[in-house]
Design a protein around this ligand. Sequence first.
Ligand code: SF4
Length: 694
Amino acid sequence: VIEIGKPERSVLTTCAYCGVGCTFRAEMRGEQLVRMIPNKDGKANHGHSCVKGRFAWGYANHADRILKPMIREKIDQPWREVSWDEAIGFAAAKIQAIKAESGPRALGGITSSRCTNEETFLVQKLIRAGFGANNVDTCARVCHSPTGFGLSNAFGTSAGTQDFDSVEDVDVFIVIGANPTDAHPVFGSRMKQRLRQGAKMIVIDPRKIDLVKSAHIQADHHLPLQPGTNVAVLTSLAHVIVTEGLADEAFIRERCDWDEYQDWARFVSDAKHSPEFLEPVTKVPAQTVREAARLYATGGNGAIYYGLGVTEHSQGSSTVMAIANLAMCTGNIGRRGVGVNPLRGQNNVQGACDMGSFPHELSGYRHISNADARALFEADWGVTLDAEPGLRIPNMLDAALDGSFRAIYIQGEDILQSDPDTHHVAAGLAAMDCVIVHDLFLNETANYAHVFLPGSTFLEKDGTFTNAERRIQPVQQVMEPANGYADWQITQMLANAIGCDWNYGHPSEILAEIARLTPTFSGVTWERVVSGEPLQWPVNEKAPQGSPIMHVDGFVRGKGKFMVTEYVPTDERTGPRFPLLLTTGRILSQYNVGAQTRRTGNQVWHDEDILEMHPTDAENRGLKTGDFARLASRSGETTLRVLVTEKVAPGVVYTTFHHPSTQANVVTTDNSDWATNCPEYKVTAVQVTPSNGP
Ligand code: SF4
């Protein structure tokens, strides 16, 4: 029994795990954090939480944390602990030397969706204004960049259309490529609650996720598609809606481009897009598709929620556009209970995207080639900005291999473990002259670093996070930074060491700059955020109280845009050598690469990734639950323990990527989305054979 003592005070802050954005009262005794209590006034969680937010904060005090900066000239040398001044000076000297030799475009960086809006904004500012290049990217590249592309094109902005409370008015859910009960547990519970009240559920997923069938709930339709055939399934749903006269033509005529709709309607009406014609491709029974389409089109308020099973494909952007088409053609946009809702994975992935973390966009999604937008930033920052979009993460790695990209500053990302094709990532990092890793732990990427800057946890700083419903919420300091500085201060030190003149005294000053330069944030102030005001962007003159629901009277872009999305099979094909398709996901108790959840000392955390196999496939290979198996693809191989289950269909295997010893991404390919380079994590042709163990 641990005596925690009676709390003396509490601090309001926001969970640093998933995009639901639960708020908590961090209860303190003296300077000790004794427990995290879900905030009953939390607009995203209403007093609820999951096991991660409530209990998985022990990593903040874990012995593995690195608290002193370290440097080394070469990556095969041992690390040398140094002072902050020496580490920052060492990094700055390398950056300046490379800039002098190779120009600013040889430099770049990666912002973190785990850090605050203010920290993310500063990193992209450092790279654009300090380094002098637009080579900035973020982990959304490997998760929701197709959402940005697809929804911006269809609606005019890349954000989810609804607030979470809108779930109370949903009559028919479509959940596609998402597993909310594991990855977004508090919102997943609200979905289940709504199902128990009588709402209908259509699940489009290769696996039998909990929402297909679990205690007291059962989906009305499960479409267990072959991995990689999302666009074909969505087109066949649209085929049924259009050819059976179920489209909402009044809505389309009023709100969308009618000519584009007609082009699209002709396309989806073609017999080659019927569920019957596509059944051999998608493996979804045609009758199930027909019934699901009729239910979504006629069942009242229809809301689509999706996750990385939509975006992490070679047709990720096309899939997002196909989802937008479906919502527009049924009039399911612009009011409570409907909409298109990307379930963001990381706590602040929405914020990182909003803050200008992409190589082609300034904060507020303004293209870098937009001279007016650039002029605003140039006047405020006193610099001239490069008008050319910079490099995305995979392009930075490619450019490193040809010697044209030489230094990178990575804040709060472990790209060696999280990005696809681990060998390619390692080769790119190894080719660089200066890799600066700014993180809590010596992660896998740090094996290739020359400078390690210890990071701070969300408990050690002030700032804001923006959740999946565009809600801007407070992060407030609970304890002193164990490493001495909050992350925004470290970025500021590096900026000043390369010649910038930044004097931020508190994140509220950075937030004021964001509001000054970002029209969707112009009404946001630190005082409003910490007072607990419900602020969902846009918060500006037109919407002083924020915007819970988007596109109410018209789309941000004016008329909604229908786009023809032709199904193109992925290049990744099964064959005699690699006859199975691997897809990946998460479990409730772990988080991404597990850097935090594996360091909480809690017994519920699984300590290995598991390979799920259908009984037929397992039996054919002589495998049973608990056996070790070798998982091999054209890219690489790893060893995992097997779980035999009917959750996956024959021919499909599934695993998670939480544990570094497994390194599931050694097997994933370097295929990526045609528009955004988002990696195709969800489809890899593999073979599974018995193994004696790792
Ligand atoms: Fe944190 Fe997400 Fe769990 Fe809420 S649902 S406590 S935001 S991990």
